[in-house]
Design a protein around this ligand. Sequence first.
Ligand code: NAD
Length: 263
Amino acid sequence: MDLRLKDKVVLVTAASRGLGYATAYALAQEGANIALCARNEAQLTPAAQRLADETGVEVLPIVADVADANAGDRLAAMTLENFGRIDALFINAGGPPPGKFLDLRANDWDAAINLTIQSAVRLAYAVIPVMRQQNEGSLLFNTSVTVKHPLDNLILSNSLRLAIVGLVKSLSIELGPNNIRVNAIGPGWTRTERVDQLLGDRAARNGTTPEAEAEKIAAAIPLGRIAEPEEYGRVAAFLLSPAASYVTGVTLLVDGGLSRAVM
Ligand code: NAD
């Protein structure tokens, strides 16, 4: 199937590694040019170079912390200045810290709201006017399986990511007449550095090893294993692409069947 991404322009945030990079890679393999954002220049520069070398597309690296108030505007402006349009936007950020309710304080919630909700809202405000002018566009918000299936010790993710699901549904209704599609994707356990940190955290709490924790997790997943980032990237690239032209307002789990919710 042709995803019809050749020469499209996609802004991919939080993407020097992990799910963001896997998404950028899948898009670039289909011929899309990429604006690639991450906080750390020392990691972003080689990631952008590798992406360009291996796929042959144009890659614009932009150092930005999406938690900063002006990051959305700056990312949209730099992408537009370089490429002249923005066909699709992948909205991602680092995960909020783990913890149970009483491990955290109210100011931890403020920081997590800024990182998980406000960063996404600011990016959407910056890019939607561009897409409205184009009368075409696609937004994909990264969330988590926690929107259907709360995970232990992740109360910030379990709570705050639901706001993105509501936002996605409302935006899909508001922006459908502008030919702009809006979707979300909810990864389950996928082997990235973030997950390595969470496995270490669980091992420390339970007095086990990260590998023992990984085995426990895999045992609860119908497909019996933790995912590879590429398995997520392919689904994200499809939802962002014109090949998904009649899909909007959806939050799609890529969780190996972990969530037992029927709907
Ligand atoms: P990761 O730590 O492997 O990679 C995160 C990437 O985002 C890195 O490139 C990092 O530089 C960049 N980044 C982090 N914070 C940023 C910020 N404020 N501004 C700009 N760039 C930033 O993490 P990952 O596993 O790819 O996770 C990405 C998101 O998906 C997180 O929110 C995570 O909680 C969520 N998630 C991951 C999984 C999983 O199993 N990997 C499952 C559910 C949800």
